[in-house]
Ligand binder design. Structure first.
Ligand code: HEC
Ligand code: HEC
Length: 257
């Protein structure tokens, strides 16, 4: 623990290297099928580029995550002259300001071919809005802790389970104590290296906000970017665990499962 220097920790390096290897293999395989790559094939390749890179940590096809929904990007730019090159440059060099204040990091490791493929895929997407089911009315879960009632928009315990936590909270506990504990403290208790995230939650940090910070990182302050390492669902699990700790619903140690 004491040998860890916060700013020298990079979670993504090894996995990126591995993925690059896999990616170039799959591109070779695709190339061997023939060189008459049609737009549809390009889009399929583009989807693979997105999966092999870090895009899906911050983007989903049909809803905003950290960055805009890809179908919203398509709706805004598809068919506009020059849009493809402009978006390829935005992904390569990084971008901020069109969709909000959160920056997209640069992707210098992607080749022009990969950028072309991934943007061709993004621009080919049709809006999924019409097909989307209406969101169910937000459900709340209430728990009594030390005479106070806590209201959350996710369950901490399995229904009628006698204090056993949900799978999501348990996964959050495991992920936390594999990756976040080094700086933010075992079982979310805080440490000298980084803020106590229980306090951040009690001060109103939402799951969406925690995901944005964790995927973007705060490099100058030693908070790594987890883009390409986690998907947004895993960050949500971590959030639920930290919130359960913040509201004292779950004690230190392994939660009952
Ligand atoms: C750490 C989070 C993050 C990652 C990783 C990420 N993006 Fe983004 N992306 C964003 C944000 C935030 C924006 C909005 C930027 C803005 O407002 O200009 C964005 C915007 C975009 C846009 C629209 C740009 C514009 O000018 O309108 C495209 C296209 C895009 N991203 C594609 C990708 C692709 C492809 C990848 C993977 C190679 C990727 N992004 C990875 C966060 C991310
Ligand atoms: C290598 C050390 C390190 C690791 C590992 C780390 N963080 Fe951080 N984190 C930091 C530091 C340092 C800050 C404070 C940055 C600042 O001062 O702005 C921070 C800040 C944050 C914040 C903002 C808190 C606030 O109230 O503004 C969030 C959210 C966060 N980290 C989430 C995570 C999550 C989730 C994980 C595990 C996936 C994680 N961090 C792993 C070092 C780390």
């Amino acid at each position: 623990m004491s040998s860890i220097h916060p700013s020298s920790f990079s979670p993504t390096g090894a996995r990126r290297a591995l993925r690059r290897g896999l990616l170039s293999l799959s591109l070779l395989a695709a190339g061997a099928l023939g060189c008459s790559a049609q737009a549809a094939d390009m889009a399929t390749l583009g989807q693979q580029v997105a999966k092999g890179s870090d895009c899906l940590s911050c983007h989903a096809v049909d809803h905003k995550v950290v960055g805009p929904a890809f179908d919203a990007v398509a709706a805004r730019y598809a068919g506009k002259p020059g849009a493809k090159q402009m978006l390829m440059d935005a992904v390569k060099n990084g971008h901020v300001g069109t969709w909000g204040k959160i920056p997209m990091p640069p992707h210098p490791q992607l080749s022009q071919k990969q950028l072309d493929e991934v943007i061709t895929w993004v621009l080919s997407l049709k809006s999924a809005k019409a097909a989307e089911p209406k969101p169910a009315a937000a459900k709340t879960y209430s728990y009594d802790v030390a005479g106070k009632t806590v209201h959350l928009d996710f369950p901490v315990f399995e229904h009628g389970s006698n204090g056993k936590v949900t799978k999501a909270v348990f996964r959050g506990y495991e992920l936390w104590n594999s990756y976040c504990f080094r700086c933010h403290g075992v079982d979310a208790t805080g440490s000298e290296y980084a803020p106590d995230l229980r306090k951040s939650v009690l001060n109103g940090m939402s799951s969406q906000r925690m995901t944005s910070i964790a995927m973007t990182g705060i490099k100058a302050k030693g908070m790594p970017s987890w883009a390409g390492f986690f998907d947004p669902g895993q960050l949500q699990d971590i959030y639920q665990y930290v919130a359960a700790r913040a509201y004292k619903l779950v004690a230190e140690g392994t939660p009952a499962q």
